[in-house]
Design a protein around this ligand. Structure first.
Ligand code: COA
Length: 210
């Protein structure tokens, strides 16, 4: 395996982004983040969402490249609810997509989130802490490149940049998947903050001082 530093990490801006890049990210999302709400969007809506994210000064979209090929992406938001606050005009499209695809549990989970029931097990201080942290909202590495240490390197390097360039100090991440929990705890050295309530799997929230 080549040294990780031969992979280039880029923060996307309107200047350095093109259609091909947006399409590559979409393909990774559909293949790897198929449980995430954004994977339900069609390519056109997805590109709109990514362009909104790139324009926002509160959301940070990074890609990791092997030469010219995009092999992973990550999205960090200034606070956990930022993406859906910024993507207000796409909320309707998302809900329609969920209904068409009979994703009733996801809709119930969105309602639970909207009513803040998901964090009832958090103390007041924990809730306040969580709501103010930088949130790693989406992350994926292309299947062919997984389990080679690229995910760990990508998280480490992007957090370094967010600290140096944007003065970010604490990052949180939510996940339901046991393998992913293992990745954050054991590979990236996050710690457990608490458990969120969702149907029908508990979601762990991890945090790390950057
Ligand atoms: C989680 C993920 C980003 C890690 O990237 P990576 O390049 O495989 O990470 P590393 O090589 O640094 O670490 C590998 C560890 O990640 C975990 N992992 C590996 N493949 C995984 C997968 N498909 N899904 C979840 N976790 C995985 C394992 O703990 C693995 O440890 P091992 O190689 O000792 O078995 C990547 O596997 C992925 O894109 N998974 C699917 C999407 C996902 O779960 N995203 C996170 C949502 S919050």
């Amino acid at each position: 395996m080549r040294h990780k530093s031969s992979f280039k990490i880029l923060k996307l801006t309107l200047k350095n982004t093109n259609n091909k890049i947006l399409k590559s990210i979409y393909n990774i999302v559909v293949d790897e983040n198929y449980l995430a709400i954004i994977s339900l969007l069609n390519l056109k809506s997805f590109k709109r969402l990514l362009l909104q994210i790139i324009k926002s000064n509160k959301i940070f979209l990074f890609v990791i490249k092997d030469k010219e090929k995009i092999v992973g992406y990550s999205i960090y938001s200034d606070k956990p609810s930022q993406i859906f606050e910024d993507a207000n005009n796409l909320k309707f499209i998302i809900i329609i997509n969920l209904l068409i695809k009979f994703k009733f549990i996801t809709i119930l989970n969105l309602i639970i989130k909207f009513l803040h029931i998901d964090k009832v097990l958090f103390s007041k201080d924990k809730k306040k802490f969580y709501n103010k942290t930088l949130n790693l909202s989406y992350l994926a590495i292309h299947k062919k490149y997984q389990s080679k240490g690229i995910g760990k390197y990508f998280v480490k390097e992007t957090l370094k940049r967010l600290k140096e360039d944007y003065n970010k100090k604490i990052v949180t991440v939510d996940t339901k998947d046991p393998n992913t929990k293992n990745f954050y705890l054991n590979k990236c050295k996050f710690s457990l903050l608490g458990e969120k309530i969702e149907l029908f799997k508990s979601t762990s929230v991890f945090y790390k001082k950057i």
